[in-house]
Ligand binder design. Sequence first.
Ligand code: F6P
Length: 520
Amino acid sequence: MMNPMNVPISRTPAWQTLTDLAKRPLDIRTLIEETGRVEQLTLGTSLISADLSKQRLDTRVLDALLDLAQEADVSGRALKMAEGTAINETEHRAVLHTALRQPSDRLPAGLRDHLTSERNAMLRIATAIRDGSWQGSTGRAITDVVNIGIGGSDLGPKMACAALREFCDGPRCHFISNVDGAEINTLLTGLDAATTVMIISSKTFTTVETLTNARTMLDWFEQNLVIAKPQGSPHCIGVTNDVEKAKAFGIPESQLLTFIDAIGGRYSVWSSIGLPVAIATGAGGFEAMLAGGAEMDAHFQTAEPAANLPLLMGLIGVWYNNFLGMRSHAVIPYCQRLSLFVDHLQQLDMESNGKSATLSGDFVEWDTGPVVWGQTGTNGQHAFFQLLHQGTQVVPVDFIGLASDPLSSPRHHRILMANMIAQSEALMLGRSSEDPHRHYPGNRPSTTILLDALTPASLGQLLALYEHKVFVQGCVWQVNSFDQWGVELGKQLATSLLEDGQAGHDPSTTALMKKTGLHG
Ligand code: F6P
């Protein structure tokens, strides 16, 4: 059944079966009444349980999807990832974020030791900042940390610090990503330079937004502390894969943390890029997050296909995307502390699978990554849920809730959970009316993911769950989920707009340049 010849996925028998199965009407309202369905389709790990029973699929679809996973060689590629094979083929790199959580025995011992030493170096600095032994240039302990980075060098740690607020007992962590100067200027007016550390987080150490914000912050240190070259002072830490560039920027090696190039930006929160998480929650918090991720890895690697949560979530997404014409996917956490989870997921999912080229270098003949979007409930209910319930396009939803929340109160938590559960029920059941304005079609699918509570370990499991879901889909769509060539053209054109003058640009671009004062 496996697809060793890399036959286009759309020409496999499983794809054909699914195409045929999609022609039948399927109604979740009927399916949900089947004996044992909820038990069979509620899957999970120690801290997460996901109810997939409100999905528009029956046993035949499920079986065909599992066949498709075999055709796509999902388990073979997962093994290659764990073994350190260069599955990021266009960049000739291995993909080792799972090794940051729990290095596989299949990796060379030297590499495992290297990963451990990078992690320990990061935890040592985090601990020194927390216990006051890492001091500013005037000998005062650090109260505030500003992480300057963008994309994967910002979203993961920022999301984790917000999600783990209950466990943050270290210095305050702030995040600056946008090159919009209003953000950094406003933040700096409220900080004391003597007790502030800046982390310059950049895998490549070339990202314009990050280097611009870093230079602004260096000017601020210089003016406020009256020191020359603050990048050489304890007020600056660099986290990068390109040590030479960071040293050329003036950061001494003792203030540099590294991570290997096999860690993609959007998968890097588990690496030294997670420094703010370790500063905020402590080494124990960070390690618990890694352990949570590792438990999800073990589940993905060992659970039976029909009980494998990331596998099924990925395949169900393929079912909707490629066979039922549902081209976007909403993620709605019913926990305000998870509001940035959607932002993180957008990069994780869309930068990984928003591709049009196959691994063998052809254009795909099928749809790849959907638009992923969302925001927290209940806020979203009062904004875009109208479309989810009555719009002309069906959007599958992931609801994410907490079984218990010590930061909330029973009264609030009950109302929050009642809303979440009611939305999934309403989407599925709908309500008929002869008045089209009051008619809810129903049969709209959702998954409900419940975390026991929001802890470093459960967050680690949740993050790894979605990473593997994205991996599964990338395997089926036969794309490289670990490169991101699509972001390059815009970066190059921005540089050319700044440097080359007006010549050679189209009339609209030239007019906009004039109006914004770029040129002319
Ligand atoms: O623009 C895309 C991207 O390359 C992301 O993949 C990455 O997370 C982000 O930019 C930041 O890159 P860096 O960490 O090299 O500054």
